[in-house]
Design a protein around this ligand. Structure first.
Ligand code: ADP
Ligand code: MG
Length: 452
């Protein structure tokens, strides 16, 4: 029973943001499964209510996927000793592998292909904003006529910006229109492990056939493609065959194929034959709209001002926005205060900025210089050497984005003559960031060091 719950949790974890998962599923346990009457143990009555209304269907699906009969699903407040039986850390990689194996054996035996889709991702609950409207219009086109104009559909963007949501929504919508449509969603890493397992079991051919029967293949997180010749070749072949047959192929990645070192050049270029669409960070208005919609979805009340506070302070991604919203709503229930009251009391600090405040401009400049192994004098000097200039521009960028200093002040901090040089520098980094993932990683690392 313990294992079943571990496996189910591993599956649930993949579908939720880390914040949501740990908020709602930490300290849960499977108390009883008799006659299909499932009882889940939770911390307190508040959790009973929330889990029942928000996560019943996810939990049911995860349990069923682990071969458990689910007739009714109930929640019960657990005693501390019972809940100790489970803690998140025990979700060992072996457990996850185990789960995948269970899924595979059950699924391979049935004749219908399991889609791998999660029905919670729909187009209706995907908020459209200036950060994603082009991608969404391509998605709509695909839903209306799969396998035509946007084939393959290549969607890229940083973590937590909605790639998985959007591509799964396409899959779910296609399926709604035509329930016989054969769709398969898989992260590339699972594609590989499945392939390797199939070959080992002498079932390489079946694996291949299964994919070739599809009407639509959705590959998530393509950046994890590995440089194992055989697996990549298998993927390439499947890709080509489906493409020839005008079957829809959808691929997501955190970066463009040309920026993934392990990917074969021909495959890289083919993936973006029909263009590449990106998801960007949402603007302030987009963030507010997303927060409002999410709160409405769970019938939670939250003041506009509280929404704006979160939107202003979370500058990372949509997953973090959701996480902060859940945390505030949870605390608001527990403390019996409204979200805005909590914020005004200083009872919560939105983690994505509260750590930004104490950092001084001097610290930013020093940190950037150190990261690029330069002295502050060197970095803030007149040198035009490329890497020194980049470091200087990164410093400008961080002073502008993190500390919101004026261009004049930034000019003084990094030793450049005038504010137009600063504006240019900041813009340069902004535009480079869209395509240069090494730079993106570097800036993240600097920020971590700065606030860590
Ligand atoms: P990615 O795959 O790019 O890392 P996800 O698709 O997992 O990101 O999105 C992270 C979270 O944010 C998910 O819970 C998703 O539902 C939510 N999300 C992302 N974009 C939107 C959007 N435009 N509207 C509503 N929710 C969104
Ligand atoms: Mg994803």
């Amino acid at each position: 029973m313990y294992n079943v719950w571990q496996n189910a949790l591993a599956e649930i974890e993949q579908q939720l943001s880390p914040a949501n998962f740990s908020t709602w599923f930490q300290d849960t346990s499977l108390i009883s499964t008799q006659n299909g009457e499932i009882v889940i143990g939770v911390k307190n009555t508040f959790y009973v209510k929330q889990l029942r209304s928000r996560y019943s269907s996810i939990i049911t699906t995860a349990l069923k996927n682990n071969n458990l009969e689910v007739k009714t699903l109930n929640f019960e407040v657990n005693t501390p000793t019972k809940s100790k039986a489970r803690s998140r850390e025990v979700t060992a990689p072996d457990e996850i592998k185990n789960r995948i194996k269970i899924l595979k054996t059950t699924k391979n035996n049935s004749t219908t292909i399991s889609t791998g889709l999660n029905s919670k991702y729909t187009l209706d609950n995907f908020i459209i904003g200036s950060n994603n409207d082009l991608a969404v219009s391509a998605a709509r086109n695909i839903i209306d006529s799969p396998g035509s104009r946007y084939n393959p559909f290549f969607l890229y963007g940083g973590p937590g910006l909605g790639k998985t949501h959007l591509v799964q929504a396409i899959g779910n919508e296609l399926l709604k229109r035509n329930p016989d449509y054969k769709i398969f969603y898989t992260p590339i890493s699972h594609f590989y492990s499945d392939f390797v397992d199939a070959v080992r079991a002498g079932k390489g051919k079946e694996f291949n056939l299964k994919f070739r029967k599809l009407d639509c293949l959705i590959i998530d997180d393509f950046q994890y493609i590995v440089n194992k010749e055989k697996s990549q070749e298998e993927f390439f072949n499947i890709f080509n065959d489906l493409y020839q047959l005008n079957k829809q192929i959808i691929v997501t990645s955190d970066r463009l194929p040309s920026q993934i070192k392990t990917v074969d050049e021909r495959l890289a270029s083919r993936l973006t034959w029909a263009g590449a669409f990106d998801l960007q960070l949402p603007k302030f208005e987009d963030k507010c709209a997303i927060l409002r919609a999410k709160a409405e979805q769970i019938d939670a009340e939250i003041e506009q001002e509280a929404i704006e506070y979160i939107a202003e302070n979370v500058n990372t991604n949509i997953r973090d926005l959701e996480g902060e919203l859940s945390a505030i709503l949870l605390m608001s229930e527990v403390r019996g205060l409204t979200p805005l009251e909590l914020i005004n009391k200083g009872a919560i600090s939105v983690s994505h900025t509260s750590k930004l405040r104490p950092v001084s401009s001097k610290q930013v400049v020093e940190r950037v210089a150190k990261y690029y192994q330069l002295s502050v004098k060197e970095m803030c000097g007149k040198s035009r050497v490329a890497h020194i200039k980049t470091a200087r521009q990164v410093a400008m960028f961080l002073l502008s984005k993190e500390l919101k200093l004026s261009t004049n002040k930034i000019a003084a901090e990094v030793g450049v003559k005038d504010h137009t040089t600063v504006m240019h520098g900041v813009k340069k980094i902004e535009s480079d960031l869209k395509l240069n993932f090494t730079l993106r990683d570097q800036i993240e690392e600097i920020k971590e060091k700065l606030y860590g």
